[in-house]
Design a protein around this ligand. Structure first.
Ligand SMILES: Cc1ncc(C[n+]2csc(CCOP(=O)(O)OP(=O)(O)O)c2C)c(N)n1
Length: 280
């Protein structure tokens, strides 16, 4: 009899010892992992040459411990500086950060927008479940206005960040936003981003049934319906405007500015030439 544990990804991309995974029922995290692995499988056929970096939180658990690959699990908020260091030390590696909205946009927010400004050659996959899932569902800078959380039981009085727009304006080469029901689009976005240079940012809206949904919706399915009925593609949104409450999805920007590694190595070459000439 075959079981879910006979899946070909297990033992090749996923550690058998942690399967079935540790996420809550209904959590979107492993759908994201699945789309990512499908993209890698089609492009490269293995995790060789990849390094994954994650911080603290449920989303940070996608690569570590699940991925059978080189993974670095770092302090809360700090995956981007560690990923930057890895990429600078060995530019041949494919460096991917997978972590949550709290990890990357709250405590780690500073690193996020400077990495985009520098156009450092890493791919960041930010899983946005609208709250700090792991620690009990506290308010995050991505929690929608008015939404209830354990720390805002009467509703969130703050405007959330529009992270995709923020990344476009900070200078990222590639920015996309999807939800976990847009699995095919997500997979092709991963494929495209993996083959580009510079800073690439993919935000994935993903349900947190255990913390967020129970404060805001009666049924889990309502969030999936919400994703289906309230998303609008960015090209349409830019032409027609966005109604209140709609979520803009799609590719926000695709550009080919030189990544930091290219800029830095060109500068380094110039500096060495200059130094040699001065010595002659
Ligand atoms: C320096 C520090 N501050 C706070 C915490 C507590 N903490 C652990 S995970 C987390 C938030 C995680 O939220 P998010 O990144 O959105 O991930 P999720 O669990 O929702 O996937 C917090 C505040 C910590 N571990 N370290």
């Amino acid at each position: 009899m075959t079981t879910e544990l006979d899946h070909p990804f297990i033992g090749k991309y996923l550690r058998p010892e942690v399967m079935p995974h540790v996420m809550c029922p209904g959590c979107g995290n492993m759908s994201i992992a699945n789309a990512f692995i499908r993209a890698v499988d089609k492009l490269y056929g293995s995790f060789e040459n990849f390094v994954f970096v994650s911080g603290i939180g449920c989303a940070a658990w996608i690569p570590s411990p699940h991925f059978l690959a080189d993974t670095v699990h770092v302090l809360h908020g700090r995956p981007i500086p560690v990923a930057t260091g890895i990429k600078l030390a060995n530019p041949n590696l494919q460096v991917v950060v997978i972590s949550g909205d709290g990890d990357l946009a709250a405590i780690g927010g500073n690193h996020l927008f400077h990495a985009a400004r520098r156009n450092i050659d890493i791919l960041v996959i930010l899983v946005n479940n609208y709250n700090y899932g792991m620690t009990g569902g506290q308010l995050a800078p991505t929690t929608p206005l008015g939404a209830r959380t354990i720390t805002t039981p009467y509703g969130n009085p703050e405007e959330p960040f529009d992270l995709a727009e923020l990344m476009v304006h900070a200078g990222a080469n590639y920015v996309a936003r999807w939800t976990i029901i847009h699995t095919l689009q997500l997979e092709s976005s991963f494929k495209k981003a993996l083959q580009m240079e510079g800073f690439r940012f993919i935000e994935v809206l993903s349900p947190c049934p255990t913390r967020y949904i129970r404060w805001n919706l009666e049924k889990y399915e309502q969030l999936l319906e919400f994703y289906k009925n309230n998303t609008i593609y960015v090209n349409i949104a830019r032409k027609k405007g966005v109604e209140e409450g709609k979520i803009v999805i799609g590719e926000f920007i695709v550009r080919d500015r030189p990544g930091y590694i290219r800029r830095y190595s060109e500068l380094r070459k110039k500096a060495i030439d200059l130094w040699r000439r001065e010595k002659e």
